[in-house]
Design a protein around this ligand. Structure first.
Ligand SMILES: [Zn+2]
Length: 414
């Protein structure tokens, strides 16, 4: 069985007050009653984290709790210890805009089988103010030039207008909004205060660029315009290489010619070169209403215990640890910076900063993101992508995102 240290599971510095609130007794009960019976076949380590494994799709929390109404632990449970740390909240920066009182900092509740923390006190620890709208269903968090708009029971939220997708929906509970502990640690903290990732920050000297597909694997194809993804991504990757080398980075390419490279070999090439950041480049395609879907999206690896966006239901393998889990924090920092740069530079439709269990992200041994820079199935966008000038613009946007990532890395390493 695989043993995972807590520091790998939670790359952000632990907030002691929050740890106090964890109700360990139900966690042990769940481990005893369910973990062995349900997950042994998948060889999942019976560590404390099994308690936070989703019993059903976390994207539909209401359905999850009703389906498992015979399992007491899938119901929200508030540990008695929560009131002990209640005084903590009042010592944090004033919540000037809030119309509603938040629950005590440090409380952990299990909702839909995942541990959740109260969003407002969590945001306050990073100096954010909170304002409620729409009768407590929406929350705006603000600090300096950063504005985050969150809606209850949705996993999509806005960061300065850019769409971001959490692993689980934000939950409305006890007159507050609750975020899964996994999202707090691997998505919100990285975008709200990257300096919280000090303990896992890597240097940024070597960057791996992965041009998707190649050889007999043509990737997505626009048949009408005879445009192949494998050619577009290789050219974009080479342009990005030039730009990053000009900035002083050492760049390694997973392929430089029109040849097939196995998915598993790509992160291996990066690791052998000592890569500090892995950027996979792709172009997208949809079958349904292709002329109405265009724009850019960036992916990070779906964290352990969460369900990739393309699936509704969880499956046993979601609970397995993967190398990509060690770099969730900084993959989120890199991904959001690149998505923001693509949107501001290209003025294209915002498809969002998303997550999926993609092989190259799963196996990467450094922070890793996958860029889907545009849709080849959209004829107008495909025609743009087919021009060297637009591919240069895309490469420059990604490089600009790397610049912003480098700034965050430097601040965390100070
Ligand atoms: Zn592709």
């Amino acid at each position: 069985m695989r043993t995972i240290s807590p520091t790998i599971l939670h790359p952000t510095p632990t907030i002691p007050a929050m740890e106090k609130g964890i109700n360990k007794t139900p966690a042990r009960m769940l481990r005893g009653l369910l973990a062995c019976a349900l997950f042994a076949a998948a060889h999942i380590a019976a560590d404390a984290q099994d308690a936070s494994r989703p019993l059903s799709s976390p994207t539909r929390p209401g359905a999850a709790s009703s389906q498992h109404s015979n399992i007491p632990l899938s119901k929200p449970t508030v540990p008695a210890a929560s009131s002990a740390s209640g005084a903590k909240a009042s010592s944090k920066p004033a919540n000037t805009g809030a119309k509603k009182k938040s629950s005590a900092s440090g409380t952990v509740v299990s909702l839909g089988g995942l541990n959740h923390i109260d969003l407002v006190p969590f945001a306050k620890t990073m100096g954010y103010s909170a304002t409620w709208q729409n009768d407590g269903k929406q929350l705006t968090l603000k600090k300096g030039g950063t504005r985050i708009e969150i809606t209850g029971e949705s996993r999509e939220f806005l960061l300065n207008g850019t769409r971001v997708f959490a692993g689980s929906a934000f939950r409305i509970y006890r007159r507050s909004l609750w975020v899964s502990r996994i999202d707090a640690d691997t998505l919100l903290a990285p975008i709200m205060d990257p300096r919280r990732g000090r303990s896992t920050v890597m240097q940024l000297k070597v960057i791996a660029i992965d041009a998707g597909h190649g050889g007999i694997d043509k990737g997505k194809i626009n048949e009408r315009l005879k445009i192949y993804e494998k050619d577009m991504v290789l050219d974009t990757a080479k342009r990005l290489k030039t730009l990053l080398e000009k900035r002083g980075y050492k760049v390694v390419m997973t392929r430089t010619a029109d040849k097939k490279v196995e998915l598993g070999d790509r992160p291996e090439v990066a690791a052998k070169a000592g890569a500090d950041l892995f950027i996979s480049i792709h172009y997208n395609s949809v079958a349904s209403r292709p002329q109405s879907v265009s724009g850019a999206e960036v992916y990070r690896f779906t964290p352990r215990y969460q369900v990739p966006m393309r699936r509704e239901k969880s499956q046993p393998s979601d609970a397995l640890w993967n190398p990509g889990d060690a770099h969730g924090f900084w993959s989120s920092v890199a991904g959001i910076k690149i998505q923001q740069a693509l949107l501001s530079s290209l003025k294209v439709s915002d498809r969002g900063f998303k997550h999926d269990k993609l092989a190259v992200l799963r196996l990467a041994k450094c922070p890793a993101v996958l860029v889907e820079a545009g849709f080849l199935s959209h004829n107008a966008e495909a025609r743009k992508i087919a021009t060297p000038a637009y591919r240069q613009q895309i490469a420059e946007a990604i490089a600009k995102g790397v610049d912003a990532y480098a700034t965050a890395v430097a601040a965390a390493r100070k």
